[in-house]
Design a binder for this molecule. Sequence first.
Ligand code: LMR
Length: 398
Amino acid sequence: WWRSVEPAAKDPILGVTEAFLADPTPTKVNVGVGAYRDDNGKPVVLECVREAERRIAGNKNMEYLPMGGSLKMIEETVKLAYGEDSDLIKDKRIAAVQALSGTGACRLFADFQKRFCPDSQVYIPVPTWSNHHNIWRDAHVPQRTYHYYHPESRGLDFSALMDDIKNAPNGSLFLLHACAHNPTGVDPTEEQWREISYQFKVKGHLAFFDMAYQGFASGDTERDAKSIRIFLEDGHLIGCAQSYAKNMGLYGQRVGCLSVVCEDEKQAIAVKSQLQQLARPMYSNPPVHGALIVSTILDDPDLKKLWLKEVKGMADRIIGMRTALRENLEKLGSPLSWEHITKQIGMFCFSGMTPEQVDRLTSEFHIYLTRNGRISMAGITTGNVGYLANAIHEVTKS
Ligand code: LMR
């Protein structure tokens, strides 16, 4: 049966983790996958999560969740994206289901798109998180791209982005990163979001927001939802994928949410039922533990406050590492400008290094990162920043 099966290509992000783990060198550094580390390079379990675990330990049953997941978790999660006082919530216009983190939310949405708008396409930014391409490919939705990053300025190519929005056929579907764009660390300004939203209105486009890093851009979850709020103010019907992998450190728990704004409650009921029906043959219903942790935290004002403080703490440590990496490179006398390290935001720095330079970092210095030159700032510590800067300087100086 399986004679024709060839090994699959390595995943450009998770394959880096595999290579890192296989390297016995003690000084190795992993700045590949976007996973937060403390200043000792260790994975972090947030204190609010530990406390939630203590509270739920031993006193919950293990029954199936409903097909759409934990209602409490969904209720709290939707508030984070749409705002505590959102009229859409009051009017029950949001169809939302628990999803297997951000990836699962995007995939469920892509399958929904294919089922109900079989001739539609998705516009994806260049570049984007590599898995976005896999997700919409496997859902059999044709992909188009739109301009986003401007390599020369290491910033946003706003005019090309606007041109692509204008030139796309009316009623196109665009995937947008709500904040802390992965991999570039470059977001539109508030003013630019307003222009984007306005142009979406003119063209009748639909925005699907992937919000995997809420809290990581500014340290403030409310501020990081600004792009979405602008679209809502303009009356768009949006879709949104949310994840607790990064901002609650629940990576392996696979807990997130997919929401779709509908015209009225009746439509929301229909959409939710269809999302559930898509989930049923794939995984039946989502896992319970991560959802319990999230709802325990968000339902308790003190735990929620602690969470928000811890999110800010993670974002601030990353900002500190941006400054440290840039200063180290400048002190080494690098002839290149490294201003973008501190200008970009979120978990990643899109360094501008070529795949060949990245290969040298890995083979000569045992530093692991994706070949597009993306550095996960969360993997940098006061202990390794000097070593990393020196290695980057060595491979980029000539
Ligand atoms: C990343 O971009 O590194 C993360 O989103 C992890 C992943 O699943 O790729």
